[in-house]
Write a new protein. Structure first.
Length: 97
């Protein structure tokens, strides 16, 4: 017996997220928070205390003032990399505390 309406799982998930765009954005926001640790690596994660997302802004608490100053100089690049990791332009600004 052949299935006439079969499609790959990735296509089915893509169609599902296209219909449920709110869920797609929530998933991208979650990936943006996790992307901080993935994109910047273990060295920066060691000095990161808390990362959370609210209203298109990624808030990051750091324990090193030197690292904070260095990351502030490259904020636009960080936003671009995190948005690429999240597969959506969800982060408009990063606040480093």
């Amino acid at each position: 017996m052949q299935k006439k309406n079969s499609q790959p799982f990735s296509k089915a998930m893509s169609d599902f997220f296209n219909v449920n765009s709110g869920l797609k954005m929530k998933l991208a926001e979650y990936r943006a928070v996790n992307g901080w640790h993935e994109v910047l690596g273990e060295g920066v994660s060691k000095y990161t205390r808390n990362v959370y997302y609210r209203r298109n802004i990624l808030y990051v608490q750091l324990s090193s003032a030197v690292l904070r100053a260095e990351l502030l100089m490259n904020k636009e690049g960080l936003i671009k990399k995190i948005n690429e990791y999240a597969d959506a332009p969800v982060v408009k600004d990063i606040v480093l505390r």
